[in-house]
Design a binder for this molecule. Structure first.
Ligand SMILES: [Zn+2]
Length: 233
């Protein structure tokens, strides 16, 4: 509350906010933790998977005793223990074209905590349709990327990455990488909710932990984009 331009009003806006964290793994764990700790009043966390031992290097909301439990249940316990004044809705479902509108409509922000592009594209489309800001994040190895998508206000994920990158059955992740990107996703969400600062719109941030660099790639809106091309600016 003593942060300049944030104040008590910013804290109240956070308390009134509803944020969807889609995927409660490597990105969703830090993103939801910092949102909960900051006092984001209503979190909906969505994940259809159960905790596996190999998740624990990066999915820091899940601990050894949670192996085999649903990720949303494990995460809800930790988040509500962290802040008892927030509401956490746990949705143990896979995001599909059938349920994506129901899951994202009317919320303030959607955080991309997915590990695959088909579901990211579904969320990107639903957020454009329902005019919900979408905070994209993705990681592999020691590299991560981040971009904030405002409906009608800049390029969408499909403008930035028109085609799905080649699928890999398994990709390694150093746990601290989604830690960095997930924290930045929480920061972008908090900024959008409170109206503080300049969001990462039209800029893809690339973090490379190998040489510890942050670079930005300018992303233009594609006027013929099948997702956002017809939207009013
Ligand atoms: Zn687009």
């Amino acid at each position: 509350m003593i942060i300049s331009r944030f104040g008590e009003t910013g804290q109240q806006k956070l308390k009134a906010a509803h944020v969807v964290v889609a995927g409660i793994g490597g990105l969703g764990s830090p993103a939801s933790s910092y949102l909960a700790a900051a006092g984001a009043g209503h979190l909906t966390i969505i994940d259809s998977q159960r905790v596996e031992l190999s998740n624990l290097n990066r999915q820091v909301l899940h601990w050894e005793p949670d192996v085999g439990r649903s990720k949303v249940k494990s995460a809800t316990e930790k988040l509500t223990a962290m802040n008892s004044n927030i509401k956490v809705d746990a949705i143990f479902e896979q995001i599909t074209s059938e349920n994506v509108d129901r899951l994202t409509k009317g919320v303030d922000v959607v955080v991309d905590g997915m590990d695959n592009y088909p579901t990211r594209y579904l969320l990107n489309e639903a957020c454009a349709r329902n005019r919900v800001p979408f905070i994209h994040g993705a990681v592999e190895g020691l590299v991560g990327q981040l971009m904030t998508i405002l409906p009608g206000g800049g390029p969408c994920l499909k403008c930035a990455i028109p085609n799905e990158p080649p699928k890999k059955p398994c990709f390694p992740v150093l746990g601290a990488t989604p830690g960095v990107i997930g924290c930045l996703q929480a920061m972008e969400a908090i900024k959008l909710i409170t109206g503080v600062g300049e969001p990462l719109v039209g800029r893809m941030l690339i973090f490379n932990g190998m040489d510890m660099t942050f670079d930005e790639i300018k992303v233009n809106r594609d006027p013929s984009c099948q997702v956002c091309g017809r939207q009013d600016r």
